[in-house]
Design a protein around this ligand. Sequence first.
Ligand SMILES: [Zn+2]
Length: 229
Amino acid sequence: MPIEKIPEENAILFVWFNHYAGVVIKTPSKTLVIDPVDIRARSFPEADAVLITHEHYDHLDPRLVAEIQKATDCIIIADPASTQRLKHTIPPEKLQQIRPSEEIKVGEVSVKAEKCNHPAAEPITYIITSEDSVKVFHTADSLPYPELAMMGEKEKFDVVFCTVGIAPGASPEKGFEIARLTKPQVAVPYHTNSKDYQQQFAQMIKKELPRTACLIPELNKIYQVSKRK
Ligand SMILES: [Zn+2]
């Protein structure tokens, strides 16, 4: 599972590692692990930061986050509710709370929090911009919301992760709506254990968003996405 490859210039690598929002993103200089659950700490020996979107069990496992932190000395960036649950096990100088529209730099990599439309305490989504400006939008298990259209226009996302199942209200149609609003170069259907749902999402993209490519990820496989030309 550790990503030994390094992305080419103007590209990132990513791995989807559980049926939820568990994603590793590797830029040329940094490795970010998002919402690790259902996996071993030793899968991430190279983590520079762990990012948590909200406190639900399929996104936050405080014991696992503490194990990863201890093994790698990485920083932990989390929404307020998750920060509360982590503050007893993570050294204070390594734990950084984040709220929508705030930004934290991990070296040259930018991690910005945005709104998340999901029934949790103060959930967030993450816009990650690599040192060579590859833009990844990790939407946690958000449902679509109107501001996504403006964010898409402003940010010109290279990759957007779109929830197609398991969460309240989630479906291939709702996931497609996220892609339709954000118009990424590459849309990735995740947060599901249904290949059918992923295929339905892919069909909608093909029919209605000809300029967006759909990438159906397999678990634990490495994918590279380059910045759009
Ligand atoms: Zn979830």
